[in-house]
Design a protein around this ligand. Sequence first.
Ligand SMILES: O=C(CO)[C@@H](O)[C@H](O)COP(=O)(O)O
Ligand SMILES: [Fe+2]
Length: 254
Amino acid sequence: MAPPAIIAPSILSANFANLGHDCSKKMEQGADWLHVDIMDGHFVPNMTIGCPVVSQIRGCVDRPSEPCGRGTFDCHMMIMEPHKWVGEFKKAGCDLYCFHYEAAVSSVAATDPTDKETTARTSPKQLIRYIHEESMQAGIAIKPDTPVDVLWDIIESEDPAERPDMVLVMTVHPGFGGQKFMASELPKVAALRERYPDLNIEVDGGLGLGTIEQAADAGANVIVAGSAVFGAQDPADVIAKLRQAVQKRRGAEL
Ligand SMILES: O=C(CO)[C@@H](O)[C@H](O)COP(=O)(O)O
Ligand SMILES: [Fe+2]
């Protein structure tokens, strides 16, 4: 059976002048995780926040008491050279470091094989190992143009330290909130769920009450929603309904 529903509001749609308050409010309204979008203006054509802001908002939300528990900071790293920021984001309070496959494979060869950070640039598997050594959960994300089968070898790594704890299937082209959901990406989710019944599979982009059924039916259990939650009259109700849709799909598997 698929793992439990996890609802992760994307703080990209928060009021940045009042970010700490908005984050703690979403937790009170029933969020499981907070999805923190980090954009560098190179990997995607937009820029957001860095470590100082993450560290400030970390102080507004209780830390998770177990891996992937309530209060997890799910940092979606839309950046080039993701190996360079693992240590800094750990210090800032990140719990789950989710890098893009496309950024990790465009990195160059190791220049100093004795250095963990340098080695982490050589392959997604080495980067996952490094994230685990820094005591964070590791996620790997794919953009709409990337086929899902590039992930099989990584998810099925012989060494558990090199396996991701979560896969993120983007359902928009990354860079901005409020875009239209791409149902064309759902076969990737279904293929992942068929192969890996226990894996956390996250979807991100255009999720809301009008699209959640499709995503849940395909097998997604970690739901990112920015504008649908932050723009709602009643965010707690939207969070509850997103959760119900995922739980319903889980119930149907029994
Ligand atoms: O990573 C991204 C965009 O690149 C997302 O996390 C969005 O911020 C989700 O926003 P909505 O589509 O739910 O408004
Ligand atoms: Fe995101």
